[in-house]
Structures are given as structure tokens and as C-alpha cells.
Design a protein around this ligand. Structure first.
Ligand code: ATP
Ligand code: MG
Length: 198
């Protein structure tokens, strides 16, 4: 690497911006975490890197907006740099939420739950959402895990934006209704718990 200074130090990984072959690349490197036992640390970093690369590959094959994957190492991956802003850092037009719902619908239809679906893991480039950070994703048929993607996003956006999102989610994903029903069920369980505990 030419430029060794990370442009982002995350909880999970460091992101380096590189220029090579006339392109701008993002290198996501999962460096050792000293507070974890070494063998566990290596295995976590390895599985999360693999998991992330696999989900991104499947997502891009399904036509979802994700950074193109260029190379995978044991603890790092090299991908397309998305020149955009995190969704959480600015106000978005309603059309972004409509597009986001479609992207999530396509992702779930492809059998992938994102695992950390928040406005901090969506980049907006030229008004379009790009999904990133698939380290906690699952290749799964679980309706519950898909409902959790919706719950996480719902917590960070307004009611109106969430309904714009679910409108297009339903159109993009045939099993969407099941996921939305499960979402209501989970919320109901939560309400019940708060009532009985409180
Ligand atoms: N392909 C990319 N193009 C542009 N920016 C990126 C790309 N991948 C990651 N980033 C930037 O790096 C940040 C961290 O990436 P990511 O969310 O994948 O890692 P992380 O370790 O989970 O970080 P955090 O703990 O902050 O969520 C993103 O919020 C984004 O700003
Ligand atoms: Mg992140």
C-alpha cells in the first residue's frame, strides 16, 4: 500500500483509500484486536471478511448497488470506492427511501440479511443508495433476520420515510408481507415485555 493512513478507523476494520490502475479503491482491513484472544481474533476476522465478500458478491450478482469487489485477502478486501456521503449525515429526498426499500427487497430476495442495516451503512452517490458493511450479514431464509434489518432501519428514520421504504420493499420482494408481519410481531413482543417489566 502506498498510502498507509486509514481514512476511517471503525470498530471492526480500517478503511484505506488507494489509487491504482486508474481507479480509486477502498481497502477494508480487519486488523488484530489485542483485547481478544489471538486464536479467536484471527478466526473472527477471517470469517467476517469471507462473509462480507461472499454477501457482496452475491448482492452485486443480484443487481444490488454495492461496491464492486476487486480482490479478497485473508483479513482484507479491496473494492470500488463509492464517492458519496453516508446516509446518516444528511437529509435525504423521499426517492432515496423508495430506492433503499427496493435495494433491501432485492437483497432479501437474493437470500441475504444484511445484519447491520442502518443509515451509517448506506452511502448516497448521485442520489442513489449503496449498501456497505456486510461483515455481519447472513445467507439465510430466516424471516426473523430479515425483519431485524427492517427494525434497525425503522429506528433511525421517520415514520413517513419508513413507509416510503416499505412501499417499494413490498414490490421488490415476494415474501415481504411475511417479513412485515414478523416485524409487527417482534414490536408487539417488545411492547408486552416493557409493559410487564415496567
Ligand atoms: N467502498 C467504500 N467506498 C467509500 N467509502 C467506504 C467504502 N467502504 C467503507 N467506506 C467508509 O468507511 C466507513 C467504515 O466502513 P464499514 O462500515 O464497512 O466498516 P466498519 O468497521 O463497520 O466501520 P464502523 O465500525 O464505523 O461501522 C464507512 O462508514 C464509509 O464512510
Ligand atoms: Mg459500518
Amino acid at each position: 500500500m502506498i498510502n498507509m493512513k486509514p481514512i476511517h478507523k471503525g470498530a471492526e476494520a480500517d478503511i484505506f483509500l488507494e489509487k491504482a490502475f486508474g481507479r480509486t479503491l477502498a481497502v477494508k482491513a480487519r486488523n488484530p484486536k489485542r483485547y481478544r484472544v489471538e486464536s479467536l481474533d484471527r478466526s473472527l476476522r477471517k470469517t467476517r471478511t469471507k462473509r462480507e465478500a461472499k454477501a457482496m458478491y452475491l448482492a452485486s450478482r443480484a443487481g444490488i448497488n454495492v461496491p464492486a469487489l476487486y480482490a479478497i485477502g485473508r483479513f482484507s478486501m479491496c473494492m470500488e470506492w463509492i464517492e458519496g456521503k453516508l446516509m446518516k449525515d444528511s437529509r435525504q429526498k423521499q426517492s432515496v427511501y423508495v430506492d433503499l426499500g427496493e435495494q433491501l427487497g432485492l437483497l432479501h430476495k437474493a437470500g441475504i440479511a444484511h445484519g447491520d442495516f442502518t443509515t451509517a451503512n448506506v452511502l448516497i452517490k448521485e442520489g442513489k443508495p449503496y449498501l456497505i458493511d456486510f461483515g455481519l450479514s447472513e445467507i439465510t431464509t430466516s424471516i426473523e433476520e430479515k425483519a431485524i434489518d427492517l427494525i434497525l432501519m425503522k429506528r433511525s428514520i421517520s415514520k413517513r420515510d419508513f413507509s416510503a421504504m416499505t412501499g417499494s420493499y413490498v414490490k421488490a420482494y415476494p415474501d415481504a408481507r411475511k417479513v412485515l408481519d414478523r416485524l409487527s410481531e417482534i414490536e408487539e413482543r417488545g411492547r408486552y415485555k416493557t409493559r410487564t417489566l415496567g
